[in-house]
Design a protein around this ligand. Structure first.
Ligand SMILES: [Zn+2]
Length: 245
């Protein structure tokens, strides 16, 4: 039985290097406040939005965001300003469910005014513009890593990212995991589908206000937690390095 506590996530957020970070609650989630962390100086560097734990049963997504934040360096905040929500679905995180405690899949409800997490997310990014957006996920049915990506000028880093993750583990063999919704581009890489815009957070955030969106998916059944976290961290670092002058 998994005993994960949102309090542990909040306590790690509060312990981050106080030189770079400002934690705040940005609104409500089911049964909890939703926390965000700003790292770096507003107006300095490229703006990065990062979210984990949209699905509560995808723990490596939350753990990777926390480990990423714990490793942010002075060099990073010279080049980037991070706007991070480590755990979008705290009630699902504690219950180890994909859905929130009300039984709603936040990632299928972005337009729904009755879903408090969706309302909080929409308010948070309203009028904002991000150079980069990461939304971290896991897939319990996957045999290996895969990812979704979208970039305004179609300058995709996916093929390079997939090659780099091969040093950690296998790439998922499934060519089309969600028939009709997934748009395969190359090995382990899918396009973020505009048809998800009203349903999925990543599509919503990308089309509302991000230049480049990267959505890594790690296989939560075959890989141990830290291996999945390492894959997420590899993706984040590789994409950030691409944008580091
Ligand atoms: Zn997910």
């Amino acid at each position: 039985m998994v005993h994960r506590q949102v309090a542990d996530v909040v306590s790690r957020i509060e312990k981050l290097d106080s030189n770079f970070h400002q934690p705040a609650t940005i609104g409500e989630a089911t049964g909890h406040p939703m926390w965000s962390v700003q790292m770096g100086e507003p107006g300095v560097g490229r703006r990065v939005l990062m979210t984990g734990g949209v699905h509560g049963d995808e723990p490596a997504s939350v753990e990777a965001v926390l480990q990423f934040l714990e490793g942010v360096t002075a060099e990073d905040v010279r080049h980037f300003h991070f706007d991070v929500i480590p755990c979008v679905n705290p009630s699902g995180y504690e219950r180890n469910t994909r859905e929130n405690a009300a039984g709603i899949d936040i990632n299928r409800s972005m337009s729904d005014d009755d879903v408090i997490e969706s309302v909080t997310l929409r308010k948070h990014i309203a009028g904002q513009h991000y150079d980069l957006f990461f939304d971290l996920h896991e897939d319990y049915e996957a045999t290996g890593f895969y990812m979704y990506e979208a970039e305004r000028q179609e300058k995709l880093l996916g093929p390079q990212v997939v090659e780099a993750v091969k040093q950690i583990g296998d790439i998922d063999s499934d060519e089309n995991t969600d028939e009709g919704l997934d748009m395969p581009l190359s090995e382990g890489l899918f396009r973020i589908n505009p048809a998800w815009r009203s349903m999925g957070w990543s599509a919503y955030a990308y089309f509302e206000g991000a230049e480049h969106a990267v959505l890594p998916e790690t296989p939560s059944t075959p890989w141990p937690l830290q291996k999945r976290v390492d894959a997420h961290l590899r993706v984040l670092r590789l994409v950030l390095d691409h944008y580091t002058p």
